[in-house]
Design a protein around this ligand. Structure first.
Ligand code: GDP
Ligand code: MG
Length: 163
């Protein structure tokens, strides 16, 4: 079976953007306001002759600022339980948010490898701001920008190393 790599994180951090960027195709819907990933999106990715199935997660409906919706929680739970590697996305432009802590809560006790992806680091100076995410205490961190195409190969290498 092909190893599974799931992308999780609170709404709007850029999970679907990351999914499309790694797939080099616009498969998942990217949305400015809400996590509109309606279905579980999956795609096969190849890197250095290694294959894995990448899974995007999201949620329906309006984003609640204080809570993850039940649907999002279900998708995160499912992703966490089925994935061999977890890609946990946060946003350097908003910084650490209470909802990121909620996602971490869901990762408690999970021993599968986690890669902490600090997205929206469009310029290298923004990498400094990502330091605060070490507080989350989960996974090897890498700063990326899907829009500026920063560190795609580096992220793929981190993923493949953990398959
Ligand atoms: P999701 O809800 O986590 O799936 O997030 P989306 O992929 O739908 O993206 C949410 C918003 O963040 C969209 O407006 C994207 O264009 C924007 N976004 C995604 N990646 C980046 C990035 O690297 N830099 C910047 N500046 N914006 C980004
Ligand atoms: Mg999405």
């Amino acid at each position: 079976p092909v190893p599974q790599v799931a992308i999780i994180g609170r709404p709007n951090v850029g999970k679907s953007s990351l999914f499309n960027w790694l797939a080099r195709r616009r498969l998942a819907i990217v949305d400015d306001y809400s996590g509109v990933t309606r279905d579980r999106m999956t795609t096969l990715i190849e890197s250095n002759e290694r294959f894995f199935e990448l899974i995007d997660t999201g949620g329906m409906g309006v984003v609640d600022d204080d809570d993850l919706t039940d649907d999002v929680v279900r998708q995160i739970e499912h992703a966490i339980n089925s994935a061999d590697v977890i890609v946990f996305v946060v946003d350097v432009q908003t910084g650490l948010m209470p909802l990121d802590e909620e996602v971490v809560e869901r990762l408690r006790g999970v021993e599968r490898p986690v890669i902490l992806v600090a997205n929206k680091a469009d310029q290298t100076h923004q990498d400094i701001g990502a330091e605060e995410f070490h507080k989350l205490g989960r996974g090897h961190m890498i700063c990326v920008s899907t829009t500026q195409n920063r560190n795609r190969d580096e992220l793929l290498e981190l993923i493949v190393d953990r398959l």
